[in-house]
Design a protein around this ligand. Structure first.
Ligand code: NAP
Length: 161
């Protein structure tokens, strides 16, 4: 099984505020859809609750929660270990947030799909953990210049060394 993390991170490692995304960059959202469609996505209960339309279509939606026995249109597991046991070896799994789950899965992930946003948000309360530089190798970088209302950003992929 390949464990991928996909996340959009600001310059100060911020990823969210008040259980919402900070940035809505359409190219980024399209890339997220393209990479995850047809695969399994695993998320924390708070990230699931933040999805405006509920479960994401054409993907196996797995939600981790110790408090919720069921939620609509998704599978619930009480731990990451149980969730991964419930996935097949051939599955390409995408960890899609939030902060709690990223911190727990970073040590065992194989690839990171990072959208690095060249901006410091005024407010944030959820952050991505530090990426240990000696454990990850950059394998792809695609940079976009700032445009009206959108800061510059880059798609950067890392693989575990
Ligand atoms: N920038 C991005 O790319 C991105 C992507 C996704 C999310 N976000 C942001 O991240 C923020 C949410 O992050 P968060 O850390 O507050 O919440 P979260 O990780 O989405 O959810 C936390 C909850 O998930 C459950 N959980 C997490 N790990 C678990 C485990 N190992 N076993 C069982 N249950 C587990 C627990 O639910 P129970 O309390 O029910 O037990 C926990 O309270 C939001 O602001 C969101 O917008 C940003």
């Amino acid at each position: 099984m390949k464990i991928n993390i996909i996340v959009a991170i600001a310059a100060n490692r911020a990823i969210g505020f008040e259980n919402k995304l900070i940035y809505h960059i359409s190219t980024d959202l399209k890339r997220f859809k393209k990479l995850t469609t047809g695969h399994t996505i695993i998320m924390g209960r708070r990230t699931f609750e933040s999805l405006p339309g509920g479960a994401l279509p054409n993907r196996r939606n797995i939600v981790l929660s110790r408090t919720q026995p069921s939620l609509s249109d998704c599978e619930i597991f009480p731990s990451l270990e149980h969730a991964l046991e419930g996935c097949s070896h051939e599955e390409d799994v995408f960890i899609i947030g939030g902060a709690t789950l990223y911190a727990e899965t970073l040590p065992q992930a194989h690839r990171l799909y990072i959208t690095q946003i060249d901006d410091m948000p005024a407010q944030a309360d959820a952050f991505f953990p530090l990426i240990p530089a000696d454990e990850w190798k950059k394998v792809h970088e695609e940079r976009y210049a700032p445009s009206e209302n959108i800061p510059g950003y880059a798609f950067i992929d890392y693989i575990k060394v």
